[in-house]
Each structure stands twice: as structure tokens, then as C-alpha cells.
Design a protein around this ligand. Structure first.
Ligand SMILES: [Fe+2]
Length: 307
């Protein structure tokens, strides 16, 4: 039998990295298991195969928890729901409201299909995800700041509300092993290029405050929802994320003050993102860059970036 292309990675005795490096999901095992992140349509079969390789019965996996509702973090859910209907889907209260808007699911499917096509073009998957009759789903339960999810054997995940990247974003912290699930709270980091693309799509103030909140936790490792695991030195990583955000924001403000147009700056920023990653189409990078210029314009001029 040929080895699988993306073998599961044991990050601790109870915690595994699944999916692909660009689109990871995580599996936490106590008495019962919880998948963290909903994956994408194209990474769904990879995650299923990885769980099979680990010899873990899907029946033991009771929950999937979403860090947030963005398309590249939920595309696997309709597929998981079909094959493993026993798994309960958890997210924030804000995500709960978002998923009640059925009309959003067409956009989610378009974004997921674009990701699948990019992955197929790079030969990362053999086939596009199977078409389903229905892609809509809702959460089975929602969580808020201060809630905990107990998986047994001492594995308890605490919930922290961390808006800024999205209004519905939550991070998770597991006390026994000191694992911090960062999601997209600190932006998009590409360690091989040492490049940071800050992601304050909703509010710069909220984004900065959320990173500060994470710095209060005694984390031994931080897992990001794209590209990277931070081993130790979590506080230094969070400081780096804040510094990158400050640099990005100040450059935008300076260029606007010098008379450059929003479109020109957004195009430059989208080109920068395109030079560090190809996980989303260029048009999305451009639109998101434009959005962040707007957030920088609206931000408090005296905003602090101190951890
Ligand atoms: Fe996101």
C-alpha cells in the first residue's frame, strides 16, 4: 500500500494535526474526541483518511468546533455531516446567527470550489469534492467566553472570544498540555518566507485586543489555522504578529496621507499576498486588502500595539 500523501502529525499524545499544512484541522482526544476546524471540501477526504490511519473510531469523535465561519474553515462540514451524522457542531453565538442565513451558503460553496480547483491545479488532490444535494448546515450548540468543553482524561478546552479577524472568531486553550488554538486571530503567517499578512477584516481595535488576550494564557504551543505551529515562545510570536500589524497599518495611513488611492494600495497589498501564498484567488486578496485599508482609516489614530 502506498503511503498517504499527508500523514497525520502527532503534536502531543492527545493532539493531532490533520488536513494539509495550508488548510489544517486538529483532532483532540480525551475519553472522546473533538475535531477543531471544519476543513474544506477538498481536505475532507484527506482528514477522513488520516483519522482512519490513526486507528481512531469516528464514533469516538463527538464534536467539531469551528474557530470561525469563513469559507476556508467550514467547507468540509456538509461532507462530515453526511458520513458522520452523530457529530455535534459547535461554534460561537455570532457564528450561530451567521449560519442561519441560508443565502450565504452559495458564496461558501463558490469559495470552497475555488480552493478545490487551486488544489487540483497544484496536484494536491486527485478529484474535486463530490457534489452534494444540500450544503446548508447550522450549529448544534454555541459557546461563549468562559465556557469549557470537557473531553475527559483531563483534556478541557476553554473558549475565548477573539473578534477582529471575523466577528464570530473564538480561540481555544487546553490547560493540561498548554495548547492554544489561534485560528486566524493573528493573521496569515508564512514561516518559510517569514512573511505576515495581518487580517483585521472587521476591526483593527478588536484584532489587537484579541491578540493581547491570547498573550495572557500560559501556552506551550500555538496552532494556527494556516501553515504553522508555534512551539514554545508563544508570547514572542504574538508580539511579532502585533508588530507586523502595526507596520502594515502605519504604512497604509502614510500612503493615504501622501495621496495614494485606495485602489493602488490595495493592488500592491494583494500582490504582496499573492507573492507569499496562492491559497485564494487574487480577486479575494484584492477585496480583502481594500477592506483592511477601510479598517485602518476608521481606526483610532492613537491605537496602541503594545502587548
Ligand atoms: Fe478566516
Amino acid at each position: 500500500m502506498s503511503p498517504i500523501k499527508h500523514p497525520p502529525i502527532s503534536l502531543t499524545a492527545n493532539f493531532y494535526q490533520l488536513g494539509t499544512p495550508a488548510f489544517p484541522a486538529f483532532l483532540s482526544m480525551g475519553e472522546i474526541g473533538m475535531l477543531i476546524e471544519g476543513g474544506t471540501g477538498p481536505t475532507f477526504p484527506i482528514i477522513v483518511e488520516q483519522i482512519r490511519t490513526l486507528g481512531i473510531s469516528p464514533e469516538k469523535i463527538k464534536y467539531i468546533i469551528l474557530t470561525h465561519s469563513h469559507a476556508d474553515h467550514i467547507g468540509g462540514i456538509p461532507h462530515f455531516k453526511r458520513i458522520w451524522p452523530h457529530i455535534k457542531l459547535i461554534g460561537s453565538k455570532v457564528a450561530d446567527k451567521i449560519f442561519k442565513k441560508k443565502e450565504l451558503f452559495f458564496d461558501y460553496l463558490l469559495a470552497d470550489t475555488a480552493i478545490a480547483q487551486l488544489m487540483k491545479a497544484k496536484d494536491e488532490i486527485n478529484d474535486l469534492p463530490p457534489a452534494l444535494n444540500d450544503y446548508h448546515f447550522e450549529l448544534d450548540s454555541s459557546v461563549k467566553e468562559g465556557d469549557s468543553i470537557d473531553l475527559g482524561k483531563g483534556i478541557i478546552w476553554d473558549v475565548y472570544e477573539t473578534p477582529g479577524h471575523s466577528p464570530c472568531h473564538i480561540c481555544l486553550f487546553e490547560r493540561m498540555e498548554g495548547t492554544l488554538v489561534v485560528g486566524d486571530c493573528t493573521g496569515f503567517y508564512v514561516p518559510e518566507k517569514d512573511a505576515f499578512w495581518p487580517n483585521y477584516f472587521v476591526s483593527l481595535e478588536d484584532y489587537v485586543n484579541s491578540i493581547r488576550k491570547l498573550a495572557t494564557l500560559p501556552a506551550n504551543r500555538a496552532v494556527l489555522s494556516h501553515n504553522c505551529i508555534v512551539y514554545g515562545k508563544v508570547r514572542e510570536y504574538l508580539q511579532y504578529a502585533l508588530s507586523a500589524t502595526e507596520k502594515y497599518h502605519r504604512e497604509i495611513i502614510e500612503r493615504l496621507a501622501n495621496g495614494e488611492t485606495v485602489e493602488k494600495i490595495a493592488l500592491d497589498k494583494a500582490r504582496f499576498v499573492d507573492s507569499i501564498t496562492d491559497i485564494q484567488p487574487f480577486k479575494i486578496m484584492y477585496d480583502l486588502s481594500k477592506l483592511m485599508i477601510n479598517r485602518s482609516q476608521k481606526a483610532d489614530p492613537n491605537i496602541s500595539f503594545e502587548l
